[in-house]
Ligand binder design. Sequence first.
Ligand code: ATP
Ligand code: MG
Length: 293
Amino acid sequence: MPADTVISIRDLVKSFDGRAVLSGVNLDVVRGETMVIMGGSGSGKSTLLRLIIGSFPPDRGRIELFGTDVVTAGRETLDGLRRRFGILFQSGALFNSMTLAENVALPIHEHTDLDREIIDIQVKIKLELVGLLDAADKYPSQISGGMKKRAGLARALALDPEILFYDEPSAGLDPVTSAQIDRLIVDMTQKLGVTSVVVTHEMDSAFTIADRMAMFDRGRMLAVETRDWYDRLRKSPEDEAERMSIDERLIRQFLRGDAEGPITQRRDQGALAKALLVDEAVISTPSIVPTRG
Ligand SMILES: Nc1ncnc2c1ncn2[C@@H]1O[C@H](COP(=O)(O)OP(=O)(O)OP(=O)(O)O)[C@@H](O)[C@H]1O
Ligand SMILES: [Mg+2]
């Protein structure tokens, strides 16, 4: 694994209940870059994040964080690794019985022996970074969705992580708040030099923050390329698209949000196949087999 690679994933396979959710994923993330993970609902994006952070093991494949194999790591090694990354979950996941300041302080209390005063200063710095210093003593129920996301980010930053994972950071936010979150993600990279892995559906957001983008479809990674590559694909004219591979046309449809293209074609064909199977089942049910006198 090259020195500046912080995440390395090889031949990653994961199934739930016998259904493949990730099938043979390869991906490297380089220090300091923002990698955006895209794909339809259920394509395996959150599962990928949870595998990387060691929430559960894959069926097959290798995941290395800072050169350490996550899959075979013992508890102590994993705890050490966990101090080096922060996670902003899809829901924000704050503790409702604690103020924002207490939420941010929690991981510092858990992972360090620092004095109270030092922790207080750390907490203030993190809340200031996300523009929430004034709301330090508020409870999660007293603040808006966008503020919860920012508070979640402050908590993810508590231990000065080298990598930040974001799962849908702008889902459910208004466009302006969503743009503010994008700004914060870019700031974290530029000011603190953190590496970011961001799962998002929001195309504006993806193109604002990404250095590189990885597109997932039904557990398969179709392409990992630069933002410019994706931008060219997004803007390519129809006649050019006709000469593209099926994967490229699929990505193009996703990026443009077109109603017609390989994604919807496949869905329609799937529905048809299902309908035909049902018909077949109906045809072969004994009840409609002609009875003989
Ligand atoms: N713990 C689990 N047990 C069983 N099935 C699971 C589990 N976690 C995820 N899945 C299934 O794996 C598939 C991929 O889920 P995942 O949450 O990774 O998708 P996603 O790409 O993050 O989707 P979304 O954009 O909707 O968040 C889904 O079909 C989901 O139902
Ligand atoms: Mg998800």
